[in-house]
Design a protein around this ligand. Sequence first.
Ligand code: ATR
Length: 279
Amino acid sequence: MSHTENIYAVMGNPVRHSKSPAIHREFARQRAIALEYSAIHVELGGFESALRAFRENGGRGLNITVPFKLEAYQLADRHSARAEQAGAVNTLRFEDDGSAYGDNTDGVGLLRDITANLNHPLVDQRVLILGAGGAVRGILDALLEQQPKQLVVANRTVAKAKELEKLFRPQGDIRGCGFEDLRGKRFDVVINATAASLQGDVPAVPKDVLETNALAYDLMYGDKPTPFMIWAKGHGTTRTCDGLGMLVEQAAESFFVWHGVRPDTQPVIEALREAVLEG
Ligand code: ATR
């Protein structure tokens, strides 16, 4: 049992290598908030009971990662508008009245990394997203709010991209298509949200989709540039970035949802970047 009432954790599978505990402990140190934050590995099919056990132990909030974000959405009693839109929850806050509030901070995390940290406004930009899975659902709302000139979602399985087009059409001008349909089109920002990097692969997009000096952003991160970042460097741009900044920014927004104060993200991103390179 804990001596503090501020018990938080991230639940996922796998979760052992999660950087969320280090990030939240550092945020808490910055803001002089006493808390515990651990990583909890949850077996597939065991999410609901893990959640119950965590709450019985006095847990106040959770980050949820793969593959439980949809289940977390279903188990939350109330949702933020952005979680509603995404149909997925990455942040749960347990209220004093016993209810669970579900939020999704992934979209705003990506947005802050691109617009504030990388200083790349999205308004009037031609933006291409590769992939149409859960990660994409979580970021479309935030991207559309920036009123890009174009937002195209391209996916290997075209029907999934078309489905997202239909779902998000009320929020703005969004198109879904296949990789082949990108032929002859160029974009100022290309975001790789496919799982291709995990297989050491790059989505099969035409080689000239990147405008000169476009921003090529991969939601994945690692101890070296992802295959997509390497590909982008050989195809028209030097501006590439991985998803480490987004990870810290989504954590910062969760921190705000729980504690009502904003941490300073820049030093945390820098420290993690160094640790990742050394590790
Ligand atoms: P996540 O929650 O990370 O988005 P997901 O819902 O399983 O995970 O989605 C994975 C995405 O990566 C999908 O868009 C998938 O394309 P399909 O819908 O056609 O399966 C995409 N993906 C995975 N491997 C890929 C590859 N080698 N090339 C291109 N796209 C790939």
